[in-house]
Structure formats: structure tokens, C-alpha cells
Design a binder for this molecule. Structure first.
Ligand code: XLS
Ligand code: NI
Ligand code: NI
Length: 438
């Protein structure tokens, strides 16, 4: 049985000159760049929710995706069939990883016990397909935002029962992620934030969120789960203000509550831009704290102000991502997860292939460009030169903590003024980047 007859064999690498739209032009899994294969650089992952559950609905109309395998039910049988579809797709595409929310893979029952039993039946099949194909779980997560019980949030709900429910749900999600050999576990705070401050005790909600994470850390230890915990920042949507606003807010939160040893960050492009940052900013901020764990690769639309989750195709973006990722020596055990969906207008199954191929190729090209920039040291030398005043003399003394305000005053009084500044050369640097962009 094949669910994707348009793609008869595995998508192959055909090189930059290929005109075959169902081939890779840059992603060559075995090609070694900076001492590592492309497969290991990216650890590409498919997002179960968008690719196998997304039907293209938007606020103005229902989805119109053609998915011939769907029977219109939300049964466990359908969920199991969908697992076979998913693994056929990923095998043909050649992505080594996937990610899911508990509720993407199995339907909810009428109570938690039934829901968990549904999940167990599907997890058995996921495990079977993982063993058959060698495809692995990059991360699992719990959907703590769709069900109406989470209307006011989960760990930050004003209702303590909802906190308890969320804890029970994450407990189970951790168990199945562990069972499936998941390499990470993600917390994205779907409705952990507020819509207005008139009805919100922000301090109490943040304390609860921290308590929730401490409980998760405890349970992780208890079951011997060794995967990396990740928090995925997002500034808003669905809430007006989401507590995990951006990298800086998450790092500060983790440090405030004594959690920073247990978490890293999963950074998503479209969330960065919603926060008014570039992806490069968010990655750099997390990385400089040793906390860049994984990325959700996508992009927003320049003209739309919401989380459109488009597939990444911009080479400036992927080059910048790879500069930061190479700069910290890689992402493992994290990876590059396509938290991205095909446009509503791209409704045929084969569009799922075109979308992922484009994203993988854009990242592969970004990797090759970033590696060339690094090999020639153009940016490194510029940065080093720009901060040269800190390498000796007064700069070195300040960094070493050897001087105070009084000594600095004497130093400047003796010189009369600060040494002249040098140009930032932004335009020259942009021109240099363009030289590599091919
Ligand atoms: C939504 C988030 C979500 C997380 C997983 O905006 O990106 O999909 O990645 O819960
Ligand atoms: Ni998102
Ligand atoms: Ni995401």
C-alpha cells in the first residue's frame, strides 16, 4: 500500500543543477561540512501536527487539504493508519526525526484514563514504525492548549484542578517520550500567559509555572528520562502576553526560579519575529548562555502579523541560523524541526514533499554558505578587530576587575578624551555576505 503514489522512491540528492522538483539540490545527507555530515548537522524533523493533522483551515474557512487516507473520523483506527502514512512520508523524504504532541497522534477519550489507553495503542504502532524505519523521535510534547479546560492556561490556570490535570498529562507525555527514545522534551506555553491584567495575579501564575517545571524535572529523574528539556519562547498568540516571551525572558525566568541547569531553549523563527527580534538575535541570545538546544524552523510573512508557520526558503535566514549553530558546535541532541505548514492553497499531498524539500535545501545551502564565511574568517576577524581595545591596556584591566571608577577617571583625565571610534562598516559587511550567497 502506498499513500504517496506521486513519489515512488526516496527523494534523492541530484546536485545544484537538477531541475527535478522532487529532488534535493543541496541537502546531501552524506556530504561532510566542517567535519560532520549534513544529516548530523541538521537532524531534520517533521512536525506531526502540521504535516499529518493540518487540513489548512483558517479563521475564514475550513481546511481544504486533500488527504485521501483520512476517513473523516477521529478514531484510534484512523490514528493508527495515519502513523503508517506518516512513516511512509518520512521514509521517502529522508528525515531522520519527527516530533509530536500527545493529542496529534491519538484521540482523547471521555476521561484521562481512556485518553491514556488510546495513546498507548498508538504508541505501540509508533514504536513499531520507528523500529522498521530507523526514524527517531526528536521530541515529544503535551498539548495543553486545545481542550476547553485549558481556556485560562494550564500550569498558570487560576483553577488548581487544571494545574493537576496538566501535570497528569505531562507525566504521561514524558513516559511515552521516554518509551519511544525521545531525545528531547518540549514545553511550549500555549496559553500560559494572560489576556488582561484586571483578572490576573501575574506573580502567582509565574510561581505556579516554575513549580510545574520543578515537578517535571523531579519526574524526569524518577523515570530515568535522559532527554533534554526545552522551553519554546513565543511572545503572544493565543494569549495577549505569553510568559515565555522571548529568549531573554525565558533565560531570566529559569535563572530566577533555579531551573536553568535543567532546560535549554527551542527557538522558532516566526516566534522570534513576533517578539520583534530576528531569528539570529534569539539564537545568539540563547547560545551565549549555553542554552540554545534546538530550533523550530519556519518563517512568518513580512506582510502578516501572525504565526503563519511558512516553510523557510530565505537564504539570508538559513545562513544566519547556521552561523550561530556552527558557532556553538551544533545542536545535538536538538535538531531542526520544521514547525511549518503548507499554505491552504497547496492542498495536494505532494505539496508536503515540495515544502519539506525546499526547507531542507534552504538549510543545506545556508550551511554551505556559513561554512565558507567561517572558513575565510571574514566575520570573526571583523569582530575581533572591533573589540581589540579590550585585549590589552585599560580594556584588559576593566575586564579583569583591576580598576574602579576612580582609576578610570584618572585614566581619562590623563588622556583628555577617549580614543576615536572606528566605523561599524555595516554596508561593507552586507556586501561581503552577498559575495558568499550562492
Ligand atoms: C506554536 C508552537 C507549537 C510548539 C509545540 O506556535 O510553535 O507548535 O512548537 O507545542
Ligand atoms: Ni509556532
Ligand atoms: Ni513551534
Amino acid at each position: 500500500m502506498t499513500y504517496f503514489p506521486e513519489v515512488s522512491t526516496k527523494i534523492a540528492y541530484e546536485g545544484p543543477d537538477s531541475k527535478n522538483p522532487l529532488a534535493f539540490r543541496h541537502y546531501n545527507p552524506d556530504e561532510v561540512v566542517e567535519g560532520k555530515t549534513m544529516r548530523d548537522h541538521f537532524r531534520f524533523s517533521v512536525a506531526y501536527w502540521h504535516t499529518f493533522r493540518g487540513m489548512g483551515g483558517d479563521p475564514f474557512g475550513p481546511g481544504c487539504a486533500v488527504r485521501p487516507w483520512e476517513d473523516g473520523t477521529d478514531s484510534v483506527e484512523m490514528a493508527i493508519k495515519r502513523v503508517r502514512v506518516a512513516f511512509e512520508f518520512m521514509e521517502k523524504l529522508g528525515t531522520p526525526y519527527y516530533c509530536f504532541h500527545d493529542r496529534d497522534v491519538a484521540p482523547e477519550g471521555s476521561n484521562l484514563r481512556e485518553t491514556n489507553a488510546n495513546l498507548d495503542r498508538v504508541v505501540k504502532v509508533l514504536k513499531e514504525e520507528q523500529a522498521r524505519t530507523g526514524i527517531k523521535l526528536l521530541w515529544g510534547t503535551a498539548n495543553l492548549f486545545s481542550n476547553k479546560r485549558f481556556v485560562h492556561g494550564a500550569a498558570t490556570s487560576p483553577n488548581a484542578d487544571v494545574f493537576a490535570y496538566a501535570a497528569a498529562q505531562v507525566k504521561k507525555a514524558l513516559e511515552i517520550t521516554h518509551e519511544l527514545g525521545g531525545e528531547n522534551y518540549v514545553f511550549w506555553g500555549g496559553r500560559e500567559g494572560y489576556v488582561n491584567l484586571y483578572n490576573t495575579d501575574m506573580k502567582r501564575e509565574l510561581d505556579h509555572l516554575a513549580r510545574f517545571f520543578h515537578l517535571a524535572v523531579d519526574y524526569k529523574k524518577q523515570i530515568g528520562f535522559k532527554g533534554q528539556f526545552l522551553i519554546e519562547p513565543k511572545p503572544k498568540e493565543p494569549t495577549t502576553h505569553q510568559y515565555d516571551f522571548d529568549s531573554a525572558a525565558v533565560v531570566a525566568f529559569l535563572k530566577t526560579y533555579g531551573l536553568s541547569d535543567h532546560f535549554k531553549l527551542n527557538i522558532e523563527t516566526n516566534h522570534a519575529t513576533l517578539a520583534g527580534h530576528t531569528m539570529m538575535h534569539e539564537l545568539t541570545y540563547a547560545s551565549m548562555h549555553g542554552m540554545l538546544g534546538s530550533i523550530d524552523a519556519n518563517r512568518g510573512d513580512l506582510l502578516l502579523g501572525w504565526d503563519t508557520d511558512q516553510f523557510p526558503t530565505d537564504l539570508y535566514l538559513t545562513t544566519q541560523c547556521m552561523l550561530v549553530i556552527l558557532g556553538q558546535g551544533g545542536l545535538a541532541p536538538g535538531g531542526v524541526n520544521f514547525d511549518a505548514k503548507v499554505r491552504r492553497e497547496s492542498f495536494e499531498p505532494v505539496d508536503l514533499f515540495h515544502a519539506h524539500i525546499g526547507g531542507m535545501d534552504a538549510f543545506a545551502q545556508g550551511l554551505k554558505i556559513a561554512a565558507r564565511i567561517r572558513a575565510e574568517g571574514v566575520l570573526r576577524d571583523v569582530v575581533k578587530q572591533r573589540y581589540a581595545s579590550w585585549d590589552s591596556g585599560i580594556g584588559a584591566d576593566i575586564e579583569a576587575g583591576k580598576v574602579g571608577f576612580a582609576e578610570l577617571e584618572s585614566y581619562i583625565l590623563a588622556r583628555g578624551d577617549a580614543a576615536p571610534n572606528t566605523s561599524g562598516r555595516q554596508e561593507m559587511l552586507e556586501n561581503i555576505i552577498n559575495r558568499y550567497l550562492r
